[in-house]
Design a protein around this ligand. Sequence first.
Ligand code: SF4
Length: 420
Amino acid sequence: MWSRPTTPGADVVVVNTCGFLGASRQESLDHINQVLALKDKGEVKRVVVAGCMVGNYRDLLEREAPGVDALVSVNDRTRLTDVLRELSNSGELARSIAISDPDARGSVYDDTARLRITPRHYAYLRISEGCDHTCSFCTIPGIRGRFRSKTREQILAEARELAADGARELIIVAQDSTYYGLDTDKRKSLHEVLAELAKVEGVDWIRLMYAYPTQVTDELIDLLAREPKLLGYIDMPLQHINTEVLRRMKRGSTRDTTLRLLEKMRSRIPNLSLRSTFIVGFPGETDAQFEELLDFIREGHIDRAGAFPYSDEDRAESYQLEGKLPEDVIAERHRRFMELNREVLFAANDKLVGTTIPVIVEGRSQDPKYPTLGRSRADAPEIDCTVLLKGSHEPGTLLNARVVRSLGYDLLCEAGRAAK
Ligand code: SF4
C-alpha cells in the first residue's frame, strides 16, 4: 500500500492498496481513512483508491471507507488517468465511472514511461503478471490472475529506458520469476532474458527476486555463476523446510529436494547470496517441525531470511485445514525465529570485518563520521542490511569497500576505488 505524502490542497490523492493479508488490508484502510479525514477538512478534494483491494474487497472498502470518490481495480490500472480526468471535469461525484471490470485479468501491462518512486540509481523491473501456483496459504492468484509473461521486447525496452534514466541496478520482480516463458514459449527462459538484460548499456547490477524452488533450472544456476552483473544474488522464498508442512502448503518441494537444490547452488555459484522467506505457525505445524525450521536457519543455509506469522485468510485453501495454532503460539514462534535469525546474521556480518565488498551508494546517512549510506551486493533495498561509508559519494556510485566494523545489521566501511 502506498501513496505519495499528501499535499494540502491536492486535487486528488490516489491510495494504492494491498489486499493479500488481513494486516495489509487494515493498513490500507487506515491510510485511506487518514486521507478521507483530510478531505473532510477540505485539505484534499478527491480520494481515489486503487490496487488489490478494489476488485476483491470492494464491500469492505465501501463499508469501512465511505467517502472515496473512485475505485480503480489493480487489473484496470491503465484507466487511472481517464478516471482522474473525469473526476476533475465532473462537479459531482462520479463513483461508478472507475469501477470498470474489476475482474479483468488477461493483460500484461506495458510499464514504460512510468513515474518511478524509487531513487534514480535502482529500479524494479516486473517481468510478468499473476501466478499459476496453488500454494494453499496464498490468495494472490485469485487477486492477480493466471501467470502471463511480458514479451522480451517489452522487458528490454523498459530496461533501456530505466538505464537511460540513471538506473544502474535492476531488481527483477514477478510473482514467480522462474516461471517466465512457460506460458508463451512452453519452456522456462528466465536465464535468456537475464542474459540479454546484462547486455543493456548502463545496467551494472541485476538482482533476481522471487524464484520458486521447484522451477530453478541448471541454465539459471550457470548464469548466476558466470554473469557478474547478476551479483550471485537470488531471493527464493522457501516457506518451510519440513516435508509435511511443505506438503500441506502445496509447495511441491520437500526437505530433500530443497537441500539438494541449495547444495547445488552453493557449489556452483561463487559467493552466493541467498535470501528467503518463511511462514511460521502454519496450521498443523508441530513443535518438532518448527524446531526443524529453526535448526535449518541455525545451520546457516540462508544469508538473508525473513518470516511471516501465518495469517488465516478465509479465501485461502489453508483456511480449511485442521490444526490451527493459537495466535500467541504463532507470535512466539515468530519471535523465536526472528531472534535466531538476528544471531545468525550478526555472526555472518562479524565475519565480514576486514574483507572488501562491492557496494552501491544510496545517499546520505545520519552519522557524521560515516556520512554516506550504501548497500552491499548481498543486500536488496529496504529489506536487507545497509553499509555506512566514510567520505562523501554520489548516489549510484559503485565502490569496493573495506569492512572495518559490524554494527549487527549494518556495516561500517571505508570506501576504496570506484568499482567502475
Ligand atoms: S508462488 Fe507466490 S504468489 Fe504464487 S501461489 Fe505461491 S505464494 Fe502465492
